[in-house]
Design a protein around this ligand. Structure first.
Ligand code: PPS
Length: 295
């Protein structure tokens, strides 16, 4: 038992070989049977890769840049999280049952676990990937504050688990490569967090083109402004502060933590970096997918 009424951290279960939060795995039968609408837009990411950022960008595009309309609801209600299921709050499937369709849908599922209906209905998909080192750091702090995760242990222990893929949603390496390999078979836009940091307006234009929206410089500028890290971290409808603290405790680490590329340099030791790089080469060998770890 933990002191002060703090609940025990749950362990992960294996869902067809992918480590998964148990309450998420429990609803996978329902998720498998989910019927996508041809007009639904899927936002897919490995955790901590810019999901909330791209979701806010896309919601603003859909709402013609109307910030007030986006402020009516928190991001997790505007963009239901397909496989999300935690006691005491509505699950992704429950939200989607009530949502006006077509709609925006978030997932962190590895490509092989995506319900087949998304492929059959030829839904458009936007995937965002972020470099492994910054994801590992961001995930380490998120594991601490989002209590549905197991205890991350020390940073060194967590980094080992990251390299082994022994964390919620499994291997980062398999995830980014799996979705990359599918991008040509599907109507998919594959974006990189580092590109969004480097030139948000350029990437917003790409998204608008993919969504067949007319180019509009003023709209692009407005969206870039409202989705900057500074703006989003202060926006209660985007920063997850409206989630009960029993689920996310921002006092441990804020959801909107730093929002930069290269924070890994403040976390990795030289030895950890060398070991990580060697393992990275092995795991990413042969892929045409390349990341920048600084911009
Ligand atoms: S989750 O829980 O998987 O959905 O998290 P996700 O939204 O994918 O990733 C959270 C990280 O993204 C950063 N973030 C941003 N960076 C730049 N600009 C904007 N607008 C932005 N919004 C969120 C957030 O701070 C997390 O990264 P870290 O490195 O932890 O700061």
């Amino acid at each position: 038992m933990k002191p002060d009424g703090e609940s025990e951290r749950p362990s992960l279960v294996s869902l067809r070989g992918v480590p998964m939060i148990k309450t998420f795995a429990d609803v996978m039968e329902e998720v498998d049977g989910f019927q996508a609408h041809p007009g639904d837009l899927l936002i897919s990411t490995y955790p901590k890769s810019g999901t909330t950022w791209i979701s806010e960008v896309i919601d603003l595009i859909y709402k013609g840049g109307d910030v007030e309309k986006c402020r009516h609801q928190p991001i997790y209600l505007r963009v239901p999280f397909l496989e999300f299921s935690v006691h005491g709050v509505p699950s992704g499937i429950e939200l989607l049952k009530k949502a006006p369709r077509p709609c925006l849908i978030k997932t962190h599922l590895p490509v092989q676990l995506l319900p087949k209906s998304f492929w059959e209905k030829d839904c458009k998909m936007i995937y965002v990937a972020r470099n492994a080192k910054d994801v590992a750091v961001s995930y380490y702090y998120f594991y601490q504050m989002a209590k549905v995760h197991p205890d991350p242990g020390t940073w060194d222990e967590f980094l080992e688990k990251f390299m082994a893929g022994d964390i919620s949603f499994g291997s980062w390496y398999d995830h980014v490569k799996g979705w990359w390999d599918k991008r040509k078979e599907q109507r998919m836009l594959y974006l990189l967090y580092e590109d969004m940091k480097e030139d948000p307006q350029r990437e917003i234009r790409k998204v608008m083109e993919f969504l067949e929206r007319p180019p509009d410089d003023r709209l692009v500028e407005e969206i870039a402004h409202h989705t900057s890290f500074k703006e989003m971290s202060q926006n209660q409808m985007a920063n997850y502060t409206s989630i009960p603290t029993s689920i996310m405790d921002h006092k441990i680490s804020p959801f909107m933590r730093k929002g930069i590329t290269g924070d890994w340099k403040n976390q990795f030791t030289v030895a950890q970096n060398e070991r990580f790089d060697a393992d990275y080469q092995r795991q990413m060998e042969g892929t045409t997918l390349h990341f920048r770890t600084e911009i």
